[in-house]
Design a protein around this ligand. Structure first.
Ligand code: GDP
Ligand code: MG
Length: 489
């Protein structure tokens, strides 16, 4: 047989040099190791070229499975009937269309079959992920998946915030008035489960829900909405699938758990980091001895800087390629009212935005400044500096917001008089705006809505902000716009 001898690199990596074998032995060892038939070489070369070519040709055709977060080609997935998938075992399931092979696979990846036909609709056809058999959204091959990761430490208020956000989303509260739009939920079962665990306790029983258990499964059941907005009557609508996950805080702050149980953070399009005021030592010390702190909080809350650094570490290590918008969101903002006497409240607590005319960037800019100022006052200067350090590489732009999902502080039993969300759409609309998916209103007028429950309504100009309190030392963010890089002294 025709054979060829390939000599590897001259000196480095020759294991026999350390083993002290003779030059003759070394030569025969090398020849044995590198002796390849021409056929093998051709096969290797074809494989290599094939993989390079397919990477080039299939560019932009892959997506992440929303459940296992593996990269997949929708066109290469098997198509099955959803009803059969739910009632039969995989072993007995006969696909409507097998996962294509050979040349058919090549064309299927380039030109995936659309599931939008009468025949497929009748059979409730869905593509399934080849790794975890998750039924993929029907439009996955042609619609952008937008993952907004709402992350934070344990008990920072993520689940309550998500439950409220989903309600606001479904009511269309985030849409400018009269904007033609559609927003069906593509994962009704996951949504129902979430409603049972968080929505019902909150909105019907008026009780804060129980904490989210640690994940035990590496697949996820995200809630996915198909959002279509007709921004211009003559232009095609903006379409995207909004993907939202809820995981226990422990699965974010323990690095090994994040990589295993919340890998979607690595590829998230935008991040909302929930910053718990109760976890800020100076702030907690300034708050009155509230029953709230005895309810639902373990006292071993991580310092926000520590939680943030731990959450960010996997992103640093994964060398995230593009910076993404980051909204640092101070949760439970109703507690902030207790920090100062009624007459000296923070400006942003005295008003709430009116979203009916679209996102108000002026108002957001002033909230951004005030929240930075507040964090600085409560000794989170290092936190601000750390976020600033990652700005540009991992995150861009960055905006500071404050929300209160409940609007009230729960009592000792965890009950609340009603749910009165305040500013919950701020971070969400801002990231959508930064991702180019939602326009903001013109920068001139500012619609000032009602104040956060219980504080005096004072109509203050939204921008430029004249703080209602003396601004302590000159801080680098004075006058900064959301997302603007700060110049640290
Ligand atoms: N005062 C106040 N407390 C809140 C608010 N949202 C959540 N909490 C409290 O924070 C606790 C943890 O909330 P949860 O959403 O379960 O936190 P998660 O662990 O980050 O998902 C709840 O039990 C409530 O007591 C809020 O808007 N205001
Ligand atoms: Mg939770």
């Amino acid at each position: 047989m025709l054979a060829l001898t390939i000599w590897p690199e001259p000196v480095l990596g020759r294991p026999w040099l350390q083993r002290g074998v003779s030059a003759h032995q070394a030569h025969s060892y090398e020849t044995e190791q590198c002796h390849m038939s021409l056929r093998q070489i051709l096969r290797e070369a074809t494989g290599f070229l094939g993989s390079k070519l397919s990477t080039l040709l299939y560019h932009g055709r892959s997506v992440l499975c929303p459940s296992c977060c593996e990269r997949i080609y929708p066109g290469a997935c098997a198509i099955v009937s959803l009803a059969e998938l739910q009632s039969q075992s995989l072993a007995t399931l006969v696909p409507l269309r097998e996962s294509p092979r050979g040349l058919r696979r090549f064309f299927s990846i380039l030109f995936p079959t659309s599931l939008m036909s009468e025949q497929f609709t009748r059979k409730q056809a869905v593509r399934i992920c080849p790794h975890c058999q998750y039924p993929l959204p029907y439009n996955i091959e042609r619609t952008r998946q937008v993952t907004i990761a709402i992350i934070g430490d344990v008990s920072s208020g993520k689940s309550v915030y998500i439950a409220v956000l989903l309600r606001l989303l479904e009511q269309g509260a985030f849409l400018p008035r009269d904007l033609p739009a559609k927003l069906p939920c593509l994962t009704p079962e996951a949504r129902e489960r979430y409603e049972r665990d968080y929505g019902k306790p909150l909105f019907i029983d008026r009780m804060v829900p129980r904490g989210t258990p640690r994940a035990i499964d590496t697949t996820h059941q995200p809630i996915i909405y198909e959002i279509g907005l007709r921004l211009e009557p003559d232009l095609p609508p903006v379409r995207f699938n909004l993907v939202i996950y809820d995981t226990s805080g422990e699965d974010y702050v323990i690095q090994a758990r994040q990589v295993q149980y919340a890998p979607y953070v690595l590829n998230a399009d935008a991040i909302i980091f929930m910053l718990d005021p109760v976890a800020i030592p100076q702030m907690r010390a300034s708050l009155p001895n509230d029953p709230h702190f005895r309810y639902g909080h373990n006292l071993a809350l991580g310092h926000p800087l520590d939680s943030f650094s731990k959450i960010v570490q996997p992103l640093v290590q994964a060398r995230a390629r593009r910076p993404r918008p980051l909204a640092i969101t101070l949760s439970k903002a109703d507690l902030l009212k207790k920090l100062r006497p009624v007459g000296q409240q923070y400006g942003f607590l005295k008003r709430a935005p009116d979203y009916s005319g679209g996102l108000d960037l002026n108002d957001l800019a002033s909230v951004d400044q005030e929240v930075r100022q507040l964090l600085y006052e409560y000794d989170l200067g290092r936190f601000l500096a750390t976020v600033e350090f990652y700005q540009g590489q991992l995150f861009a732009p960055v905006c500071y917001t404050a929300v209160s999902a409940l609007g009230y502080t729960p009592d000792e039993q965890g009950s609340i008089p009603t749910v009165s969300p305040w500013r919950c759409l701020d971070p969400f609309l801002w990231v959508l705006h930064e991702l180019g998916l939602l326009p903001a209103r013109a920068r001139s007028a500012s619609g000032l809505g009602p104040a956060l429950h219980g504080s005096a309504t004072v109509q203050t100009p939204a921008f430029p902000l004249t703080p209602a309190y003396p601004v302590t030392p000159a801080t680098p963010w004075q006058g900064a716009q959301p997302g603007q890089r700060l110049n640290w002294p």
